[in-house]
Design a protein around this ligand. Structure first.
Ligand SMILES: O=c1ccn([C@H]2C[C@H](O)[C@@H](COP(=O)(O)OP(=O)(O)OP(=O)(O)O)O2)c(=O)[nH]1
Ligand SMILES: [Mg+2]
Length: 152
């Protein structure tokens, strides 16, 4: 890693980066529960942090849980504000249509990504400056081959 930031923490289990260079540190469940198909639940992690001003922590799904079991996070990415001192909680959702998913206390249920963030100074104007994209959005560049024409 080229950069790191000190984050004060109280935790039953401190989040861990599985490999050098990983962006996400795994968060462990502080409780056991079963998520029925389609069910969502807020799961404690036993972790509280004090981020420096100018940083945010995003709580994001683990890909393996998502791909293999359909376990995702309802509000992904969950936003942990720098001023938040409460327990980080994970709003898990079982998107599988048929299979319940059991979470044991200590399981790694999500990961946390700490990033610098800018706060905007919103400056109201009568008219926005022009841009190449303009107002095009929501698939305006098409899908597949059409993108090549746009990029040409
Ligand atoms: O996945 C998450 C998302 C948020 N939080 C905590 C930290 C965050 O600082 C606080 C508020 O989150 P957010 O602003 O997303 O929720 P809100 O519904 O707008 O609540 P509030 O009115 O408290 O801002 O809840 C979590 O523990 N986990
Ligand atoms: Mg909020």
């Amino acid at each position: 890693m080229t950069d790191s930031v000190e984050v004060l923490i109280t935790a039953d289990r401190v989040p861990t980066y599985a490999h050098p260079g990983d962006a996400g540190a795994d968060l462990h469940a502080a409780e056991s529960l079963v998520l029925q198909p389609g069910e969502r639940a807020t799961v404690g992690t036993g972790v509280s942090i004090a981020l420096p001003d100018g940083y945010v922590a995003f709580v994001v799904p683990r890909s393996g849980l998502a791909f293999k079991h359909g376990i995702t996070i309802v509000n992904a990415p969950g936003t942990v504000d720098a001023g938040y001192r409460g327990e980080i909680k994970v709003a898990l959702l079982n998107t599988d249509r048929t299979e319940p998913y059991a979470i044991e206390a200590g399981d790694r249920i999500a990961q946390v990504v700490v990033m610098p963030v800018s706060r905007a100074r919103f400056i109201e104007v009568e008219r926005l400056p022009g841009s190449h994209r303009g107002e095009g959005g929501f698939g305006s560049t098409g899908f597949g081959e059409h993108a090549k024409e746009v990029n040409a």
